[in-house]
Design a protein around this ligand. Structure first.
Ligand code: ADQ
Length: 518
């Protein structure tokens, strides 16, 4: 078996430096190296030539293509990031739909399928990642590809009622039936997707598998993890290194306590609301003024999308206002740093912070929550404050779980975390660490690939959406009827397990990098 990974962006690893990426990219690379493989996707470059470029690294081939300016505008900035991203994060008010963007999105998926189909061998197993590429399997099937194809959705999947607001959502959801396995971050996301397939597309289900026409697709949660041991080692090493940002932070903070937030600058992460909550905490507990500070690290992303430019401006404005209202000549309550750091530096910041403030308004999983836990000193750990709307909250119930829309509740959680006795901090930390350690990134990759290779192979074609024409949108069925079990219940697919990613990889590299460039 050869593994083929497809993602929106592909970063070709440096020849000499094995791991310049976050845990996910490293784990996928390891799985590819184990089986020999192909990683296909956008190079990240916008150019006039769209020719496929192949680079060999060991037994992995990286095949990348550039996007044209028009493709980047419609497929990436337009439909993926101004329509799908907000609606999947329950932000109807921010969802901007343009038919031309949707056409561009379908066009890029069609082109990717055309180029990829030529490279597919009979025993390949194909693993497609993320919302940019939802219709890719349907396009591949149309070209006669009968291999097993899996999809993993890294972000939340909303309820059918929410998703229906997006024009052509039914057509798009229907294309998921072209996959053998669809992986979601949480049980809630999996249930929402199954509801969409049943109520919007008329599929039948037994709760785990969905039957649409002659095709059967497994829908399951696979909560993504991190390389816990590698991150723990980075954090421990950061304490010993003389010239790390950790040392500098320690010197600049003195005895003051530190609350930390680390996120891409994205409205789903709740950064502005978090700054307000920290301000509220200082107003409610004036005795804490001068004794604690918030460090918010937020490298800009998608700056070409107007909503992100607005967030950039707003976060500066709110931090400036709160610092002016609450600061002293020798103490700045909030520092916002808009740049990426190396993983070692991040690990050091997490370890120094008494509170990890992870309060997205909605998040598929949120790896920062897990990184914060992994980086703690087991003898004197900090406290994780976590939004109930992060997928991670489904697993990390021993964090202080908060509603990020309620700044008073978040403010009180900060106070509780700072005042928490060491024995309770250790108890919570140990419970959290156990969870992240037993469901790390290697476990995740292995489990997903076992489920995908164990799924029954199917050859049937699912018609991909071909044009923007309201006639292609099937009628919405909202019958309220109970889903019926699939006609043929084959029971658990027998796993023809492959073993991947078991060797511990090199620790995440020094170059700052998000899991996938988004
Ligand atoms: P993201 O939205 O990118 O991922 P997240 O899961 O938090 O969110 O991952 C962010 C990664 O970027 C973390 O590894 C973090 O360390 C890194 N990072 C953030 N700020 C950084 C900085 N200043 N410098 C260096 N590195 C930084 C999407 C979904 C998530 C899901 C992941 C994985 O939105 O919900 O958890 O995919 O599936």
């Amino acid at each position: 078996m050869r593994l083929v990974v497809v993602s929106n962006r592909v970063t070709i690893p440096d020849r000499h430096e094995k791991a310049t990426a976050g845990g996910l990219a490293v784990a996928l690379r390891e799985a590819l190296e184990k089986h020999g493989g192909l990683w296909f996707g956008w190079s990240g470059v916008v150019g006039s030539t769209r020719q496929l470029r192949e680079t060999q690294r060991g037994n992995v081939t990286y095949a990348v293509t550039d996007l044209s300016e028009a493709e980047r505008e419609s497929y990436y900035l337009g439909f993926s990031n101004r329509a799908l991203w907000p609606i999947m994060h329950y932000r109807l008010g921010l969802t901007e739909f343009q038919r031309s963007d949707y056409m561009g999105y379908l066009g890029v998926n069609r082109r990717f399928a055309r180029e990829l189909a030529r490279m597919i061998q009979p025993d390949d197993v194909i693993w497609i990642h993320d919302y940019h590429l939802i219709p890719l399997a349907a396009e591949l099937r149309r070209r006669g590809i009968t291999n097993r194809i899996g999809y993993f959705h890294h972000i939340p999947w909303p309820s059918a009622d929410t998703l229906m607001a997006l024009p052509f959502s039914t057509t798009l959801v229907r294309t998921l039936a072209a996959y053998d396995l669809v992986g979601m971050q949480t049980q809630v996301d999996a249930r929402n997707l199954i509801d969409c397939l049943v109520n919007l597309c008329g599929a039948r289900t037994d709760g785990r598998r969905v039957r649409l026409g002659m095709r059967e697709t497994a829908v399951q949660p696979f909560p993504i993890g991190i390389d816990v041991e590698a991150f723990r080692r980075l954090a421990a090493a950061s304490v010993r290194q003389a010239a790390t940002p950790l040392r500098a932070t320690r010197e600049s903070l003195g005895e003051r306590k530190l609350v930390i937030g680390v996120d891409r600058l994205d409205y789903s992460k709740g950064i502005v609301q978090r700054l307000e909550a920290f301000g509220q905490f200082l107003r409610s507990h004036p005795e804490e003024r001068g004794r604690v500070g918030l460090l918010q690290i937020a490298p800009p992303s998608r700056s070409d999308v107007p909503e992100y430019a607005e967030l950039d401006r707003m976060s500066d404005e709110v931090a400036g206002r709160l610092n002016a209202q609450l600061g002293e000549f020798d103490w700045t309550p909030i520092r916002v740093v808009k740049k990426a750091y190396s993983r070692t530096a991040l690990a050091g910041f997490y370890r120094r912070a008494q509170v990890g403030l992870v309060t997205p308004m909605r998040d598929g999983m949120n790896l920062v929550a897990k990184e914060y836990v992994a980086a703690q000193n087991p003898a004197d750990p900090g406290v994780l404050v976590l939004s109930r709307f992060a997928g991670a909250a489904q697993q990390l119930g021993d964090a202080l779980i908060v509603n990020p829309y309620d700044i008073h509740e978040v403010a009180e959680a900060i106070r509780t975390a700072l005042a928490m006795p060491k024995s309770e901090r250790i108890r919570r930390f140990e419970a959290l660490y156990h969870v992240i350690e037993t469901s790390g990134i290697h476990w995740w990759t292995q489990r997903y690939l076992e489920a995908l290779t164990g799924a029954p192979a199917q050859a049937e074609v699912v018609e991909p959406p071909s044009k923007v024409d309201s006639k292609v949108e099937p009628p919405v069925r909202r019958t309220g009827r109970k889903p019926r079990p699939a006609a043929s219940d084959r029971g658990e697919a027998k796993s023809r397990a492959i073993t991947v990613g078991q060797k511990r990889g090199a620790p995440p590299g020094e170059t700052a990098h998000v899991s996938f460039a988004r």
